[in-house]
Design a protein around this ligand. Structure first.
Ligand code: AMP
Length: 151
């Protein structure tokens, strides 16, 4: 019996998501409620400073909308595969770590499960999603070590 009532699994919808959800299911008990959380980062914030503002952003809304539909489809497939009801699948928008913190507090989550590649060097200095969630969360965090093959 894990004792966790509400578990949030942060998924980036890559192949490693299955490994992370499986691990969350391992620690869940019969009474646990498992939520899947994906955060789509707005494209203008992703490319800000990398691509100069101007014509390149024309048509970006449509690209973003198409991407959203595709990602929503992926979240649905994952939810169905692991038996997570639709009401417990959350497609959010914003900066991943910030939205995960907000969701965790608002939904009264007591365990967040996410993946980690064991960042080194400059990635560690810049901070990864896993690092940011770990250091800002007010509940327990389970970081599932992802081995290279799953990348
Ligand atoms: P990263 O720090 O980007 O290597 O990601 C580490 C982990 O954070 C991933 O394995 C996911 O569990 C979680 N994560 C990263 N990006 C997102 C996202 N956009 N939405 C939800 N969870 C995410």
């Amino acid at each position: 019996m894990s004792g966790y009532r509400k578990i949030a699994v942060a998924v980036d919808l890559s192949n490693e998501s299955n490994i992370i959800i499986r691990r969350a299911m391992d620690v869940a008990s019969d009474g646990s409620e498992v939520h899947l959380v994906y955060v789509q980062e707005p494209m203008d914030s992703v490319y800000m400073g990398v691509v100069p503002y101007g014509p390149v952003f024309v048509g970006m809304d449509e690209v973003e909308e198409n991407l959203k539909k595709e990602l929503e489809g992926k979240l649905k497939v994952l939810g169905e595969e692991f038996g997570v009801p639709e009401a417990q699948r959350h497609f959010l928008n914003g900066v991943p770590a910030r939205e995960i913190h907000r969701f965790t507090e608002e939904a009264d989550i007591d365990l967040v499960v996410l993946g980690t590649h064991g960042q080194k060097g400059v990635q560690l200095l810049l901070g990864s999603t896993a690092n940011s969630v770990l250091h800002g969360c007010c509940c327990d965090v389970l970081a599932v070590r992802i081995l290279e093959e799953a990348d």
